[in-house]
Design a protein around this ligand. Structure first.
Ligand code: CTP
Length: 404
């Protein structure tokens, strides 16, 4: 898996940097080509000479390397390296580095390169326990995950400060195996395919101020869009209102209501090779939304009822219009999951349906993980273990790729 792979390693200034020569050696032993980029402060913990000797390559330290030394001295070194890399690993990633990565700073060689790369970024946060648990660090980590970075969580144990807790650099095999896993998924097997993904909730207007919505965070659909783009496909992400950053190389179309989502999906379905409906589309919408704000004084009663009508089912309309690509739906069920999902699969003539139960621990709205069962039209039922939404996205795309 690692043979002849191009691995870029960014080392930043944490005490765990002294362990990075072992990581470099492990990748080299497995046949990978390794290039290391360091921040100035990383030099306080490990020497460029050690890393250059073990990697067998020159090291970049600083954004403006010495003009006279070597190939990487050109001012576009970051672009050259970004095009060279199959994967980039930042380890150790200090709290400061994580904050900068989450905000898009490019103030040293490592952060500059992290912005320029097109490949997957694996980040290994390593710091003292209180810095790790600080809400700012946690928020930055969530943001990076949502951008599609792979985070290897720090290990618990004795820390350089003498405190005990989370913050240690994980053992070398854990880091190496994560990079292997990322490379396994990094094949561009969806190149040339056009995939439409929907995500998030729909908002059904009651009046200009109020709406009927649902708790969907959009994370599952965004993870699918992100993974599909990383595997080379042209992705159109039709999304309801969510607060998530748009994944790289994805065309995003913002909508609010089920009717708007219907129009957008129909428009982009023409020549789409697959449509993945991860959005939580409202089944009912107010029959006569008011153009002006409904005042409670105008409702001459202690109760108020709202007439709702059915929305048009997007998946059903696609199958009735003889859509020829691969069609995937989601089923959110709290009871009789398999039976209900199979029924939806049949009624909507889907190729696959992804079943999940929001009441299960580690599944459902807002969570970074999910527990799903993928059911195919051929009757295959595959229960996947709890995993990140990004990993589930890749599992689903593996099955889609086999059906093209
Ligand atoms: N869906 C759709 N168009 C709608 C509603 C839902 O395409 N108007 C899609 C969803 O995106 C999802 C699947 O259909 O992929 C879910 O099916 P649905 O029958 O709507 O499930 P629930 O909303 O959970 O409905 P129920 O209350 O019947 O279980």
């Amino acid at each position: 898996m690692l043979k002849n792979k191009h691995i870029l390693i960014g080392v930043t200034g944490g005490i765990a940097a002294y362990k990075m020569p072992l990581v470099v050696r492990e990748f080299k032993k497995a046949g990978a080509d390794v290039k290391v980029v360091m921040s100035e402060s990383a030099k306080e913990f490990v020497t460029p000479l050690t890393l250059s000797t073990l990697s067998g390559n020159e090291i970049v330290v600083g954004t403006f390397p010495d003009q006279n030394t070597n190939v990487l001295s050109a001012s576009t070194w970051h672009i050259k390296l970004s095009q060279w890399a199959d994967v980039m690993l930042i380890a150790p990633a200090t709290a400061h580095t994580i904050a900068k990565l989450a905000t898009g700073y490019a103030d040293n060689a490592v952060t500059t390169l992290a912005l320029a790369i097109r490949c997957q970024l694996v980040i290994v946060p390593t710091m003292d326990v209180d810095m790790w648990h600080h809400p700012a660090t946690q928020e930055n980590v969530v943001k990076l995950r949502e951008m599609g970075c792979v985070i290897v969580p720090p290990e618990t144990g004795e820390l350089a400060s003498g405190l005990t807790g989370e913050g240690r650099l994980p053992d070398v095999p854990i880091i190496v195996n994560t990079v292997k896993g990322v490379l396994r998924n990094a094949h561009r097997d969806l190149q040339g395919k056009k995939i439409v993904v929907t995500a998030g909730p729909t908002y059904e207007p009651i009046d200009p101020v109020r709406f009927i919505g649902n708790r969907s965070s959009g994370k599952m659909g965004f993870a699918i869009a992100n993974a599909a783009a990383q595997r080379g496909s042209d992705v159109i992400l039709v999304t309801g209102r969510v607060s998530l950053p748009t994944p790289r190389h994805v065309k995003r179309v913002d909508i609010e209501s089920a009717a708007q989502m219907h129009r957008a999906v129909m428009k982009y379905s023409k020549n789409a090779d697959a449509i993945i409906m991860a959005a939580a589309v409202a089944d009912f919408t107010p029959a006569k939304p008011s153009h002006t704000k409904i005042k409670k004084e105008r409702v001459h009663s202690t109760s108020f009822s709202l007439e709702l009508t059915r929305t048009r089912d997007i998946l059903l309309d696609l199958s009735e219009k003889k859509y020829h690509g691969i069609l995937i739906g989601f089923a959110l069920e709290t009871e009789n999951g398999i039976r209900n999902a199979q029924q939806k699969l049949g009624e909507k003539k889907l190729d696959f349906i992804v079943l999940n139960n929001p009441l299960q621990n580690g599944a459902g709205f807002g969570s970074d993980t999910n527990i799903v069962t993928i059911i195919s039209k051929r009757g295959k039922i595959e229960k996947l273990k709890k995993m990140s939404k990004f990993d589930i996205a890749n599992e689903l795309l593996d099955r889609v790729a086999k059906n093209f």
